[in-house]
Design a binder for this molecule. Structure first.
Ligand SMILES: Cc1cc2nc3c(=O)[nH]c(=O)nc-3n(C[C@H](O)[C@H](O)[C@H](O)COP(=O)(O)OP(=O)(O)OC[C@H]3O[C@@H](n4cnc5c(N)ncnc54)[C@H](O)[C@@H]3O)c2cc1C
Length: 475
């Protein structure tokens, strides 16, 4: 991009691009390490905070002490536990050095948050190692923004970073931004990229995640995760890294708002059956516990016609459907035919046949939703491995589901100092990156709650190293 005419300049120590949780952690850390910091944020003040604002604020870390009133959590969790969960969910592909840094610094990063006024709430049950910020993601974001403001960290809202500025040695020396008053060059001693992934950019989704992902209807988090930070860095020779074709998704209510819907998941499909708009099953709904299969199931839902599926329950099991959003109203009918019509299933008779065949294939045994009960089907495709009970007690209950995109996995390669590496593997002087725009952490899936941990751990590291660099440059 060639801009004609004089572009005003402003001098800063450290420039952070993005006021999500990664940017806030980076800025607070740089400030703590003794330098002046400015944050550039594309969104309005009301939407600042990135995707973190739309989360429940669940954060995973190593936990050594039992749960207490001041420090409520879901159970003790060792470094080995966290490392193993990272490796299991990513099918062994998480970069071991990044994983180790994340795990080893996780507990201290959560303690560090307390300095800014964050408090812990009683967490939702789930596996061990998880805490929940009081006020959820919104509470967390607002607490950190006000901590930044109190410390005099300037946040330039509605200001979009468009280009990294380099000198003739390829040191990063600033960022060109577009403000309400036109272009401005922010010159700095170090730049921290924290502008999120590319899940809200259909062009990049199609290019890197494939045509089906390009058609995803619902972006669960910020509308501003459009990949510009990644592209700016690639333009100056940064190294792409990680699972560029991968993304996180979850089965959510298909009626959720198209953007920034937050947590509208409907859990419990594993106890009933899932059918597509043709009235056909397409997945083993009870292959494993929800937490271990929901990402895969959501990927399969996205591949169904119209990106749509319906979870079907009868009166025996309808209480096992867990909704998170007030808009998740159940669709109820006295007969399967009527249910098919209400849901808009294109072939109601096929749907009735699917349910009847499923019911006939259910094997005897005790149904136990609390464990993998082995109560399965035989003779149908796909099978159901656990929790198979006949759907035969009307009124029937259903929820429409789609796979909403949560965040993308591919991004920039960083080292354990949060420095961005170039295509030859050398750090790009003056450039750091943190959060969703970094690759190499998550492949296929991620252990829930570790996205925010990544922001905190690497934000602290990037802030400290950027501040050290800025101080050296000044002397
Ligand atoms: C519904 C939902 C629930 C989730 N639940 C959890 C959870 O409980 N626990 C967990 O660990 N993770 C969770 N996640 C994932 C987690 O929220 C994100 O991975 C994390 O918040 C990303 O933070 P980030 O700062 O890297 O990116 P973002 O949150 O995307 O922030 C990037 C910021 O940069 C700004 N920006 C973008 N481009 C520019 C530009 N060109 N110039 C200036 N600014 C720019 C954006 O406006 C945004 O404010 C959830 C995500 C969603 C969507």
């Amino acid at each position: 991009m060639l801009a004609i005419g004089d572009i005003p300049k402003e001098e800063h120590d450290v420039i952070v691009i993005g006021c999500g949780l990664a940017g806030l952690a980076s800025a607070l850390s740089a400030y703590e390490n003794g330098v002046e910091v400015v944050i550039v944020e594309k969104a309005t003040r009301a939407l600042a905070g990135g995707s973190g604002r739309f989360t429940d604020g669940v954060i995973r870390s190593v936990i050594k002490e039992p749960s207490s009133e001041k420090n409520p959590h879901t159970g003790i969790y060792s470094e080995e536990d966290f490392y193993d969960d990272l490796m299991k969910t990513t099918k062994g592909m998480c970069d071991p050095e990044l994983a180790e840094t994340l795990v080893k610094n996780s507990a201290s990063a959560l303690d560090w948050l307390l300095n800014f006024g964050v408090e812990w709430d009683i967490p939702r049950p789930g596996g061990p190692g998880r805490r929940t910020a009081k006020g959820g993601g919104e509470g967390l974001v607002e607490t950190l923004i006000s901590a930044a403001e109190k410390r005099g960290i300037k946040i330039l809202y509605e200001t979009r970073a468009i280009k990294l500025i380099v000198d003739k040695y390829m040191n990063v020396i600033g960022v060109r931004v577009l403000t309400k008053n036109g272009l401005l060059d922010l010159m700095g001693k170090a730049v921290i990229l924290a502008s999120g992934g590319f899940q809200a950019n259909p062009e990049m989704r199609t290019k890197y995640l494939g045509e089906t992902a390009g058609l995803i209807q619902i972006v669960r988090g910020t509308r501003h995760a459009t990949g510009e930070g990644i592209m700016m860095a690639l333009e100056i020779g940064a190294q792409p890294y990680g699972h560029w074709g991968g993304f996180h998704t979850a089965p959510i209510d298909a009626r959720s708002p198209k953007l920034e819907c937050g947590v509208t998941n409907i859990r419990g499909f594993e106890y009933g059956i899932l059918v597509n708009i043709y009235g056909e099953r397409f997945v083993d709904e009870g292959e494993n516990y929800y937490d271990l299969i929901y990402v895969d199931v959501a990927h399969k839902i996205i591949k169904q016609p119209g990106n749509l599926a319906f979870s079907i329950f009868d009166q025996k099991i309808k209480h096992l459907a867990l909704i998170h959003w007030a808009g998740s109203e159940a669709i109820v009918a006295d007969t399967l035919k009527e249910l098919a019509e209400r849901l808009g299933i294109l072939y109601p008779e096929r749907f009735e046949k699917t349910v009847n065949e499923f019911n006939a294939a259910v094997q005897p045994g005790e149904f136990n939703p609390k464990k993998l009960d082995g109560k399965c089907t035989i003779g149908i495709e796909p099978p159901k491995s656990n929790w198979a009970v006949p759907i035969d007690t009307p009124p029937y209950v259903s929820y429409p589901l789609t796979g909403g995109i949560t965040f993308t996995f591919g991004g920039l390669r960083i080292n354990t100092n949060a420095e961005v590496l170039d295509i030859t593997g050398k750090p790009i002087p003056g450039l750091y990156a943190v959060g969703e725009l970094t690759g190499g952490f998550f492949y296929h899936s991620y252990p829930g709650g570790s996205g925010i941990t990544r922001n905190l751990v690497f934000g602290r590291i990037a802030g400290k190293n950027a501040a050290e660099r800025a101080k050296c440059q000044k002397t």
